[in-house]
Ligand binder design. Structure first.
Ligand code: MIC
Ligand code: SF4
Length: 641
């Protein structure tokens, strides 16, 4: 049987296991990336592991999330990351150099290589034919130390694109269409390969928009072939030598095949508060808009920005709209400036933000009360923008500009003719904002600089054979990591201070949770399906662990979050019968007995002491995961072994 692209890369990197879907495999990791919001913790963990020099081919530390320095905390973390990177063999991308995924694609991504990143949108690298996956900080730390990355062997899905995008319909609309078709759970346990003759007309940045948003499907990753389009992109980046062709075999088999005809696609929009709440733009046209934000790792490439500039040229944005533009990288910004397109953007009345995540993670530019914000980003979860009652919509750059010009949601096809965008043959290369590590010989003289905001790592407890604890919180379906551990400008600076962060845990669902959990000592959280979707932030597991959460029982889990729970020593258990979810209420006391035996058998019995209900829970832990849980988390396990 022939192989898919992902299967070929996995086969070439397989350290243990067999490529049987649903079973655990370990893959060798060639490259890692971190960003600052998860990086500080990842490097603290890496230091604990005691490995002097990273063992990957390339590891890069980016500063792109916590760039708003309203106190010493973020600046201290930047200095810590810069010093730890220099010492241990990691490249350091300075604040202002751009969003990790955009810069990595431009400067470091290599077709056929494996990449894990402590950020859920690491699959952006799939746009260039990498097997790129989001992971928790501890897993990234382990990979930097030469450890393999353990995942469940995914199923293979294929999306066949036919036809060609019409003017004012773009890659973002393809992402929204697949979300409309599959939902935020539709990609769980799968790798999505994009193919068909329709991909020939999609440039690498457009492909990267699509693989980036594959994260919102819950997919392990998404990937495009490495073809002549890829070669052209690498050539423009002065990196043609990194090119290798990569395609699936003609007889490769897929678990699901989806066809999308690009000729028929219309401008789409994801309505609040979920990326799969997708309708056509024309069906909500006329809705008043307060704010428009263009940028983020989904839509901040030079191609996107040139389109935006061309559509804004000679026009003024509506007086009721505030428009922000954040180019994805210094390279994009420099080229926009050199060709004069930046002036068109500025002249229109847009506000220029730095090359960073910015509004996407609530780092400034929060909307007004009950405001309507149209964003070219990938997530519109409740509260994420920093304004609790804002309504965030996800759109393409074309639709974003249309709304900025008219002050209301507007089908961009009504704007007239789409200007023709000419991409330069080569990009302007200037890597001075990427600081290489010091040589191995000089590493001893580098002092690691720690600020007072770095608090000791919380101690986890080994799992025991029996657990009796009360339910501190019961939540519904699709709970995101933004619900569990919110981000935003006020909270993000404390990512290396778990005790302080814990005051905000589950704040979006129930502000009294942290107090209650602390009073209970040990407790259990109950959730619905797709629990923990969204970000890779391990803080969504570390903080509940700090607050005494010993187990999470849910109808199903998102991949990275389930791994983070295990890495933090928390038991993720699934209802065998989803209806049993109704037999547990907040405050009930639950008893789990025979946990070790149950972990081996894949079933653990639960007794609800409050109402007498007997419930069967399932789990599918590998030997390694059982040992991690019995050790009290990955860090304890890794330092012991
Ligand atoms: C996000 O988009 O939610 C983030 C912020 O980039 C996160 C990482 C984090 O929480 O630091 C992600 O997607 O993994
Ligand atoms: Fe940054 Fe937003 Fe991308 Fe996360 S989704 S990496 S916050 S731009």
């Amino acid at each position: 049987m022939g192989l898919t692209i992902a299967q070929k890369i996995i086969k070439a990197h397989l350290v243990s296991g067999e490529m049987i879907p649903g079973t655990q495999i370990a893959v060798k990791i060639d490259q890692t990336l971190t960003q600052d919001a998860t990086g500080t913790m990842a490097y603290l963990e890496f230091e604990t592991m005691g490995v002097p020099r990273v063992k990957t081919e390339k590891s890069v530390a980016y500063i792109d999330h916590n760039t708003l320095q309203s106190g010493f905390e973020n600046a201290d973390d930047h200095r810590y990351i810069q010093s730890v990177a220099a010492k241990h063999g990691i490249y350091f991308s300075r604040p202002g150099n751009g969003i990790c995924h955009q810069v990595h694609l431009e400067r470091f991504g290599i077709p056929g290589k494996t990449l894990i990143g402590s950020d859920s949108h690491t699959p952006t690298g799939g746009g260039i034919g990498m097997l790129a996956m989001g992971a928790g900080g501890m897993d990234v730390a382990a990979a930097m130390g030469g450890g393999a990355y353990y995942i469940t062997m995914p199923k293979m899905y294929k999306v066949n694109l036919t036809g060609r995008l019409k003017p004012f319909v773009s890659a973002k609309d393809i992402s929204l269409e697949i979300l409309r078709l599959l939902s935020v759970k539709g990609g769980v346990g799968a790798i999505i390969e994009w193919g068909g003759e329709g991909i020939k007309n999609l440039s690498v940045p457009e492909r990267a928009t699509i693989t980036n948003m594959g994260t919102e499907l819950g997919a392990t990753t998404s990937i495009f072939p490495s073809d002549e389009v890829t070669r052209e992109f690498l050539r423009a980046e002065g990196r043609e030598a990194d090119f290798t062709p990569l395609a699936s075999d003609p007889d490769a088999e897929y678990d699901k095949i989806i066809d999308i005809n690009l000729d028929e696609l219309k401008p789409l929009i994801a309505c609040p508060h979920s990326p799969d709440n997708v309708v056509t733009v024309e069906s909500v046209a006329g809705t008043k808009v307060d704010q428009v934000c263009i940028g983020s790792c989904t839509n901040s490439s030079l191609f996107d920005m040139l389109k935006v500039a061309a559509l804004l040229r000679g026009k003024t944005i509506d007086k009721s709209v505030s428009l922000s533009i954040s180019p994805g990288s210094k390279q994009v910004l420099t080229m926009l400036s050199d060709c004069g397109a930046l002036s068109d953007i500025i002249a229109s009345g847009a506000r220029l933000l730095e090359c960073a995540c910015g509004p996407c993670i609530g780092m400034g530019f929060s909307p007004n009360s009950a405001g309507v914000s149209l964003r070219t980003f990938n997530r519109n979860f409740e509260g994420r923008s920093g304004t609790a009652d804002a309504g965030v919509y996800l759109v393409s750059p074309e639709t974003a500009v249309a709304a900025a010009l008219t002050g209301e949601i507007t089908d961009p096809r009504t704007l007239g003719d789409m200007p023709v965008i000419k991409m330069p043959e080569s990009f302007k290369i200037n890597d001075t904002a990427v600081i290489p590590p010091v040589s191995e010989e000089s590493a001893g003289s580098v002092a690691v600089l720690r600020g007072p905001n770095i608090k000791p790592f919380p101690e986890s407890k080994p799992q025991e054979d029996a657990l009796t604890a009360a339910v501190s919180l019961k939540v519904g379906d699709n709970i995101t990591t933004d619900h569990i551990m919110p981000a935003g400008a006020k909270i993000l600076p404390y990512r290396s201070n778990i005790p302080y962060l814990s005051n905000f845990c589950f704040g979006v669902c129930d502000k009294s949770f942290p107090e209650r959990a602390k009073e209970m000592g040990e407790s259990i959280v109950v959730g619905g399906s797709n629990y923990g979707q969204g970000s890779s932030r391990e803080h969504a597991a570390l903080v509940p662990m700090y607050l005494g959460v010993r187990a999470v029982i849910a109808k199903s889990f998102a991949r990275i979050h389930a791994a983070n729970l295990i890495n933090s020593g928390i038991l993720p258990l699934t209802f065998k019968n989803a209806d049993d979810y109704g037999k547990i209420n907040e405050g009930d006391t639950l008893s789990l007995s025979g946990v070790f035996d149950g972990m081996d058998k894949g079933e653990i019995q639960l007794k609800n002491q409050t109402n007498g209900a007997e419930i069967t829970l399932t789990c599918a832990f590998t030997v390694r995961q059982k040992n991690i849980l019995k050790s009290g988390g990955l860090l304890a396990f890794a330092t012991k072994n």
